[in-house]
Design a protein around this ligand. Structure first.
Ligand code: PMP
Length: 348
């Protein structure tokens, strides 16, 4: 007897970056510097109210984001992480059989969410230089396409999409299909030609910009993310959010974290400086490492990926292999990165 959906048997499970006690974790694109100042205090204070439900509409956080981003509060939907927001926007746009176009390889949650939503994934292979192939993605849009996801910079390759290419792509797709710009790593972007999707394209009726507090803002463990869209789209998304899914600690911590923009930026700059150092060192070791605008680098090691990750693990560093394809290594503290680079040098 099959009590659950038969199609789920073939669905891969989400594989998180592993945590191994005593090892350095460079596997989940977290920032290594601990919670931002004031965050723990805000959580402790919020804990006094755990016998009450959280604010269903996440209003205080949406108001704060509205002021910070310069967009009306009704254009924002907030939820428990941007992976949840990805699911919500898919549920708000796709019926079973509708198509979702995205680049591959990209964030591994996209195919899982598409499958559980009942949407059909249309994966467009990355270019030989590990980037989105935007002309091919535009060409893959059909009358069944309801959603296109553009991950900028891309996880796990770190590669960015530049302003002119993105504009051309959005023009080619037209206004009938929702385009999600997943900007989970926006705070680590230093190339001025990589556009801020919200500031530059956020007024287009079909553009949805996805952001998270998990990465640069240091709240991965609490789950807070949001999207900005036109009011009707944001309203539809708010309807499909699981009620009360953003808990009171996450809401309070997000508010406190957003008060620490300067410190967030200082930490992001440390990560960015280390990103250059790690990439330069790997290039000198003869590796083909694509340019990264995120807080990780991509080693396209193909069939050697799993073995490389195992060697790193033996040296006390957990990285994230994608079997047969490559290895993603999160940028940690300078000492953590040194440990990784030493292990890598021995592995090559
Ligand atoms: N988008 C991308 C591209 C990501 O890499 C991640 C996290 N790995 C997310 C969204 C989800 O982040 P969160 O759910 O923690 O906000």
């Amino acid at each position: 007897m099959n009590l659950t959906r038969a199609d789920l048997a073939a669905l891969p499970s989400y594989v998180p970056g592993r945590t191994v006690p005593g090892s350095i974790k460079l596997a989940s694109n977290e920032v290594p510097y601990g919670p931002l100042p004031g965050v723990v205090e805000a959580i402790v204070e919020a804990a006094q109210g755990v016998h009450r439900y959280p604010d269903l509409g996440v209003v205080a956080l949406r108001e704060k984001l509205s002021a910070r981003l310069g967009v009306a509060v009704d254009r924002i939907a907030a939820g428990c992480g941007s992976v949840a927001m990805t699911e919500h926007i898919m549920r708000a746009t796709c019926l079973p059989g509708d198509e979702v176009v995205y680049s591959w390889r990209s964030f591994e949650a996209y195919p899982i969410i598409a499958a559980t939503t009942g949407a059909t994934s249309v994966r467009v292979p990355n270019t030989a230089t590990h980037e989105h192939d935007l002309p091919a993605m535009a060409a893959a849009v059909t009358s069944r396409t309801k959603l296109v996801i553009v991950c900028n910079p891309n996880n796990p390759t770190g590669t960015p999409i530049r302003r002119a290419e993105l504009r051309e792509f959005l023009d080619a797709v037209g206004p009938e299909v929702v385009v999600v710009l997943d900007e989970a790593y926006r705070e680590f972007v230093t190339d001025a030609d990589v556009p801020d999707g919200l500031a530059e394209f956020g007024d287009r009726p079909n553009v949805v910009v996805l952001r998270t507090l998990s990465k640069a803002w240091g709240l991965a463990g609490l789950r807070a993310g949001y999207l900005v869209a036109q009011p009707e789209v944001a309203e539809a998304v708010r309807k499909v959010i699981t009620p009360f899914s953003t808990n009171i600690a996450a809401q309070a911590a997000a508010l406190a974290a957003l008060d620490q923009e300067e410190e967030m930026a200082r930490r992001a700059a440390l990560v960015v400086a280390e990103r250059s150092r790690v990439r330069d060192t790997l290039l000198k070791l003869g590796q083909d490492i694509p340019e990264s605008q995120a807080n990780f680098v991509w080693l396209p090691l193909g069939d050697g990926s799993t073995a490389f990750a195992e060697t790193c693990e033996q040296a006390g560093v957990i990285v994230r292999p994608f079997a047969g394809d490559g290895v993603r290594v999160t940028i940690g503290t300078p000492e953590e990165n040194d440990t990784f680079l030493n292990a890598a040098e021995k592995a090559f």
